[in-house]
Design a protein around this ligand. Structure first.
Ligand code: CP3
Length: 367
């Protein structure tokens, strides 16, 4: 049923597989690099393309998603593309209204208040139909990329999506969502389970549509401690990796590397290294050497320059990058920032970051 809606496609052959090699733990001649939010408002061409349409309307227009995904690749030698979309398309598919308020961020007019509100969520979510627009964007982008670099698909992790559905938007404390964990643990697990099931089909659909790697964003891990993470986040994160791999096999689809990024989840790094993901993403608050120690040899690390380091002069960016690669080492490593790019960043400095990763890592590999 899942794949009926997704047509077979003959994609152009991949010309730069450095990112995929690093993700799978194979040897690379340079460190691959991409940036979270590389398709974003720091690019004038992004602002121009986005200006004419509401945010989620943009997400629902495959041609525009494709264009926005390709824009950063025309400027910089990124080793991967990430599809333009948003994690909040899942709450929408579950029947919730979500608005993107300019200058403010996402807003849910009717957030979940009590466990009985779970009854209002759609029970009959048909992922290939309801999220078809994302799959169409992925397929189109895979063609338009012409094999230049691999295409990453993504999702929010269950806990992070739960926080948005209960808080109704951003929050400093996450106290409404965390109240659920303490007051309604059963209701919380019910919601996390509903999200996990949709996410699994969503990720498998993305691979069927052409995604060559998948990233799971647990952006709000920092609000949980070790115990709560183990109860309310980790089991679902594991379940997603396990089920996605199982279903890809069932559908005779090639396996793709999976990345888990639990922002501010220091306490969870050992757990994450054994959670079924090939790559663990890191925010900038963890030292590369400490992360390597905690995570062991069987995962690739991704990250983790402070995004704000891009405000520094270009030569300083080069120094920071060099130090970062020296600490991570050039293998089993994908360079990235510790979180997304901000709208006021200078595109030239992003270019300097990418160049520095390539040149320093090539140099180090020669020595
Ligand atoms: O380039 C890329 O990284 C791909 C596209 C992408 C977007 N959102 C586009 C977007 C990705 C991977 C996301 C993921 C996402 N969305 C996350 C996880 C990553 C993270 O930041 O921790 C989260 C938490 C969201 C929810 C979300 N979407 C918020 C909180 C906001 C507002 C914040 C802001 O920067 O204004 C968005 C809007 C959004 N999603 C924008 C973009 C480019 C900016 C709004 C716009 O283009 O008008």
């Amino acid at each position: 049923i899942l794949l009926n809606h997704i047509l077979p496609r003959n994609f152009p052959p991949l010309k730069n597989s450095t990112f995929l090699k690093a993700a799978w733990g194979e040897v690379t001649d340079h460190v691959p690099v991409w940036c979270m939010r590389q398709a974003g408002r720091y690019l004038p061409e992004f602002r121009e393309t986005r200006a004419s349409q509401e945010f989620f309307q943009t997400c629902k227009t495959p041609e525009v998603c494709c264009e926005l995904t390709l824009q950063p690749l025309r400027r910089f030698q990124f080793d991967a593309a990430i599809i333009f979309s948003d994690i909040l398309v899942i709450p929408q598919a579950l029947g919730m209204e979500v608005n993107m308020v300019p200058e403010k961020g996402p807003s849910f007019p009717e957030p979940l208040k009590l466990p009985k509100d779970l009854l209002k969520l759609r029970k009959d979510v048909d992922v290939p139909v309801d999220l078809r627009y994302v799959f169409q964007a992925i397929t189109l982008t895979r063609h338009k990329l012409e094999g230049k670099v691999p295409l990453i698909g993504f999702t929010g992790a269950p806990w992070t999506l739960m926080t948005y559905m209960i808080e109704g938007g951003g929050s400093k404390t996450m106290s409404k969502a965390k109240r659920w964990l303490y007051q309604y643990p059963e209701g919380s697990h019910k919601l996390l389970k509903i999200l996990t099931d949709v996410i699994v089909d969503y990720l498998v659909g993305q691979v069927a549509a052409g995604a060559q790697a998948l990233q799971v964003f647990e952006s709000h891990a920092g609000h949980l401690g070790r115990e709560q993470f183990r109860e309310f986040a980790l089991p679902y994160i594991r379940q997603i990796a396990l089920q996605v791999k199982k279903k890809l096999k069932e559908f005779s689809l090639d396996q793709v590397p999976m990345i888990v990024f639990a922002k501010d989840g220091h306490y969870a790094l050992e757990d994450l290294s054994e959670s079924g993901y090939e790559v663990v993403g890191l925010d900038w608050t963890i030292q590369p050497k400490v992360a390597r120690e905690k995570l062991g040899k069987n995962v690739t690390l991704q990250g983790n320059m402070d995004p704000c380091a891009l405000y520094a002069p270009k030569d300083k960016i080069g120094e920071t990058v060099k130090k970062m690669i020296e600490e991570f080492g050039t293998q089993r490593y994908i360079a990235n920032l510790g979180h997304g790019l901000y709208p006021d960043m200078d595109p030239e400095h992003v270019g300097a970051f990418v160049e520095a990763v390539h040149s320093h890592s090539r140099q180090m590999n020669k020595n």
